[in-house]
Design a protein around this ligand. Structure first.
Ligand code: ZN
Length: 353
């Protein structure tokens, strides 16, 4: 991000000069854009520069990295030329078409004003954007990997699968699409789970687990989100694979390492910001609604949190090592209560943020 900001700063001045030059020199413009290409008619509705002027939004075009940053007060939107994805504050917005380069501006799709400019002005995107349209639910363990076991014979893999299915039911009732990383008692590798998330159109990854502790008295709910990764950790093989899968959905016009790196940065920042806030919210709300101790939200670098690219949380629903909680988790009633608590807290978060 530091390199990105420095680039922007240096190039901002350069871009302004270029813009002035272009404005006064048709020949330069033709040379830069190619004489044979037919330029579309620019109107105040499809010209990004005009649109930003009209709504008093600061615009930085980085013509080298082909990125666009729009600022209005404390609101910020970032996009890339060639991509239909724009990040508005903490929301990932899919436009009806990609941003396209023009002579001295950027051509924007018809829904840009609605989806990007208006939320920027309001400093609030909740009216036009629905967070979490599709949620990836990941029941931990499965098959040869039972997870932790309780004294009364419960297996984590079965408990969390049941809660995950109930969570799916609760979310779907509210019109949210879901994808499960497994729907039966089968082994699915951690790599595969993150791949499923990256190939999907999911906006959120929720992994469900049950806890265990040598301290038999330990009980309650806790929710993990990804701790900040260093630059080395961000280059993990699985993450790179998943980035390829995810970015292929963004209909980028050409392959470019620079663009991919910028996009990776945007995706990471978006994910980190959302995951921590959501983890806080979910642990408080759900613990409250299932009447369990709230052990809080915690950062960690679990594989599935590290290698998913969308906002991600890992919920430890309770301790199978605690006999009271194991007994509760063995009942359908309590598992449904957890699923409802999770669904309500996720939906509530989406409405409030
Ligand atoms: Zn587990």
């Amino acid at each position: 991000m530091i390199i990105f900001k420095e680039n922007l700063f240096v190039i901002r001045t350069w871009a302004r000069r270029l813009k002035e030059l272009l404005r006064f020199s048709l020949i330069s413009a033709l040379l830069l854009t190619g004489c044979a290409r037919v330029q579309p008619v620019m109107t105040s509705d499809n010209d990004l520069v005009e649109m930003c002027k009209r709504f008093n939004v600061d615009l930085d075009l980085d013509r080298v990295n082909l990125s666009v940053v729009m600022t209005r007060g404390s609101s910020k939107a970032r996009g890339l030329i060639g991509s239909e994805i724009v990040f508005v504050n903490n929301d990932k917005i899919a436009l009806s078409g990609p941003l396209k380069k023009s002579r001295d501006s950027i051509i924007i799709p018809p829904d840009f004003k609605n989806k990007v400019i208006e939320p920027l002005i309001r400093q609030d995107s909740r009216v036009t954007v629905r967070k979490f349209r599709e949620i990836v639910i990941d029941p931990g363990h499965g098959g040869k990997d039972p997870g932790t076991r309780g004294r009364f014979g419960s297996e984590e893999k079965m408990i969390v699968l049941d809660i995950a299915k109930r969570l799916r039911g609760s979310l779907e009732k509210h019109g949210i699409k879901t994808i499960m990383t497994r729907t039966k008692d089968e082994f699915v590798s951690l790599e595969k789970r993150t791949e499923i998330a990256s190939r999907s159109k999911g906006d959120l990854f929720v992994s469900i687990h049950a806890n265990s502790s040598p301290a038999k008295a330990a009980r309650g709910l806790e929710v993990f989100y990804l701790r900040n990764l260093d630059s080395h950790e961000k280059k993990e093989d699985q993450m790179k694979e998943n980035q390829k899968a995810l970015f292929s959905q963004f209909s980028m016009q050409k392959n470019s390492t620079v663009l991919d790196n910028i996009l990776a940065d945007m995706v990471y920042t978006h994910k980190q910001g959302e995951s921590e806030k959501l983890a806080n919210f979910v642990t408080q709300r759900t613990a409250n609604s299932i009447n369990a101790p709230n052990r809080g939200s915690k950062s960690s670098a679990f594989f599935v949190l590290r290698n998913t690219l969308i906002p991600a949380i890992l919920v430890e629903v309770g301790f199978l090592s605690n006999s009271t909680e194991e007994k509760a988790l063995k009942t359908r009633f309590y598992r449904q209560k957890i699923a409802n608590g999770l669904a309500e807290s996720i939906l509530d978060y989406a409405n409030k943020n």
